[in-house]
Design a protein around this ligand. Structure first.
Ligand code: URA
Length: 240
């Protein structure tokens, strides 16, 4: 295998907030060193793993891919930018890369497991409708589920707009006047799917939390808003 190299301007635009033009300007002004030598141009190649790049006295380390597990809190949007609400990516204070994005979306008021990464291939594999990756949700709801709801969900419930869902597993944990609780396992991710499935059964979701996605389970030590990098084992299981 040949040595892994990349252009200095690409390294800088990926790992810092600089644009290509700003990186070029920073070099022209002598603000960048590579292996302790000032470089005046950014079109040369570097090895991101072994060369030491310093911008304004701060070493810039390379991270090809980042993977974080976030316990998404309510009130934060599953997007990279938003004019109104804070985004899930902004919660990752330790992030190095600026091309991180959430793998899939949870509604503004939904909590729970969200994977934040810049690995587009992994995101594609987890989200592709053909892959049928199981997602488990904790649901609290108002209303009474009809008799045989589990069987109806298992056969594929029809939403109010006529869409038929794939078979899902409904486990009712608590049936009570003051509110029911259930676990729902889905193999697809339609817009507002859990809420719409529960509505089709005459119930209203009052709290929703994602507990897992494929092999990845929410670390219960993470309070809403907290995150941590995936462990090596979690990543291996997810990508195998
Ligand atoms: N289903 C919903 O209705 N909302 C979510 O956030 C996720 C699944």
């Amino acid at each position: 295998m040949g040595e892994k190299t990349m252009r200095l301007d690409r390294f800088l635009t990926e790992m810092t907030s600089l644009t290509r033009t700003q990186a070029k300007e920073a070099a022209r002004k002598g603000r960048i060193t590579v292996n302790e030598e000032t470089v005046k141009k950014t079109d040369g190649k570097i090895n991101p793993e072994t060369d030491r790049v310093v911008l304004d006295g701060r070493e810039i380390t390379y991270r090809a891919a980042e993977y974080y597990m976030l316990n998404k809190p309510a009130g934060v949007v599953s997007a990279t930018e938003d004019g109104r609400y804070p985004t899930v990516v902004e919660l990752i204070g330790d992030r190095k890369r600026k091309d991180l994005f959430p793998v899939g979306r949870l509604d503004l008021d939904t909590e729970g497991l969200l994977l934040i990464t810049n690995d587009g291939d992994l995101a594609h594999r987890l989200l592709s409708p053909k892959k049928h990756v199981d997602k488990v949700y904790e649901v609290r709801y108002e209303g009474t589920l009809p008799e045989g709801a589990e069987e109806e969900f298992r056969r594929g419930i029809v939403l109010e707009d006529g869409t038929r869902c794939l078979p899902a597993i409904l486990q009712i944990c608590r049936k009570a006047q003051e509110g029911g609780e259930a676990l729902l396992t889905l193999r697809e991710g339609k817009f507002h799917q859990v809420k719409r499935m529960m509505e089709a059964s005459g119930c209203r979701v009052v709290y929703l939390k994602r507990r897992s996605m494929g092999s990845l389970k929410l670390d219960e030590k993470l309070a809403p808003g907290e995150y941590r990098p995936l462990t090596k084992e979690e990543l291996e299981e997810l990508t195998s």
